[in-house]
Structure formats: structure tokens, C-alpha cells
Design a protein. Structure first.
Length: 201
């Protein structure tokens, strides 16, 4: 149960930054393997996975997991998304091994899968144009998913704005709690730790 936990102190997803740090630390000594299935049946823990741009490509996950899967989509100001895409594209170009996105190889040119229909123009496009194209591609996928799977989206997903969340976290914590039947204990401590409410930085 602790095999994939992140104990790097400075990472945002680190166990050190969780209010449940002691619980995660104890898992290092938990008897695993055969005992894990029974633990899951009894305690019914929620497996939380933080990923990027998954909603538009999530239909197969919903087909596999059914009502067990819930997605909280956090959308950001396109300005910040552009910066993220540009950094990812730079990483891919350098080949520094930090890019784990699916890529394609066409005439010895390696590029992200979302640029498959730009293979002939890819090396002539500016990095900013590529980033904007990538954002548009992802947004179109999400909009298509929401349109085709309207009932599924309404029942098992929720979309919140990051910029609005940090201004009024209590409102969105309540929305998430009510929609998915979750309980958040002492969220005020988490607000203080992450300096929210605050203006976007």
C-alpha cells in the first residue's frame, strides 16, 4: 500500500504535505500482498490520482470502472496552460527523458500525438503556436466528451476553475462534497497551509 507513495519533501504531491502523513508513514510497515485485498474490502479507500488533461480521453476508463470512477476537472487560465505546454515541448525537444506523453515518429521527427495532423508543418511552427494548438486540441476533446456523454459527465464529473477555487475554496469544497458524498475534515488547516483564499499567482 506504500509502494507508490511520494516521500520527496518538496513535491506538491508529497506525503509530507498531507494532513494524513502519519497514516502514510505507517503504511511503510503495513503487511502487503495477500492482506491488501481484504484491507480494501473493509476500508474502501479512495484511490486519488492527479493527472493532466484526462477528461477528454477518459471514456475507456469509465467503461472499465463504471460508477466507481469520479473526475474532478480543474481548468486554468489559458495563459498558464500555454506556459506549461511550452515547457513540455521544450523538454520533448531536448530529449531529457522527463516527457512521458505519447509521441509519434514521422520522417525522424518526434512530436506529441496531438500534433498528428500537423506532422508536415510541425518543425516550421513556432513553439507558442504549437502550445496553443495543443491546448485547443485538448479543449476540443473535452467538449466532445461532455457533449456525447452528457449524462455520464453530469453524474460522475465536476468542473471547477482553479482561479475561482483559490478565491473561494469553501464553496467548491462543498460542491465536491455534495456531489460525490465526501467528507473533508478540518479543511481550514489545508487552506492556511496553501495560503488560500488568495489572488491567483
Amino acid at each position: 500500500m506504500s509502494r507508490n507513495l511520494n516521500f520527496r519533501p518538496n513535491d506538491q504531491s508529497s506525503a509530507f504535505k498531507s494532513r494524513n502523513f502519519v497514516k502514510y508513514f505507517k503504511r511503510l510497515f503495513f503487511k502487503g500482498n495477500a492482506k491488501v485485498p481484504d484491507y480494501i474490502k473493509i476500508n474502501k479507500p479512495i484511490l486519488r490520482i492527479m493527472t493532466s488533461s484526462i477528461l477528454g480521453e477518459s471514456k475507456s476508463l469509465f467503461d472499465l470502472l463504471g460508477s466507481k470512477l469520479k473526475i474532478i476537472e480543474v481548468v486554468r487560465n489559458p495563459y498558464f496552460l500555454t506556459e506549461i505546454f511550452i515547457n513540455n515541448l521544450k523538454s520533448l525537444k531536448k530529449g531529457d527523458g522527463r516527457n512521458f506523453h505519447l509521441t509519434l515518429n514521422y520522417n525522424d521527427l518526434i512530436f506529441p500525438y496531438w500534433a498528428h495532423d500537423k506532422s508536415n508543418d510541425y518543425d516550421r511552427m513556432s513553439i507558442a503556436d504549437l502550445a496553443i494548438y495543443g491546448i485547443k486540441y485538448k479543449i476540443n476533446l473535452v467538449n466532445k466528451f461532455k457533449k456525447i456523454n452528457k449524462e455520464l459527465y453530469e453524474n460522475q464529473c465536476i468542473t471547477i476553475s482553479f482561479e475561482n477555487f483559490i478565491l473561494n475554496p469553501k464553496k467548491y469544497i462543498e460542491l465536491i462534497s455534495n456531489k460525490f458524498g465526501l467528507k473533508f475534515f478540518n479543511p481550514e488547516k489545508i487552506y492556511k497551509k496553501h495560503n488560500i483564499p488568495r489572488q491567483n499567482d
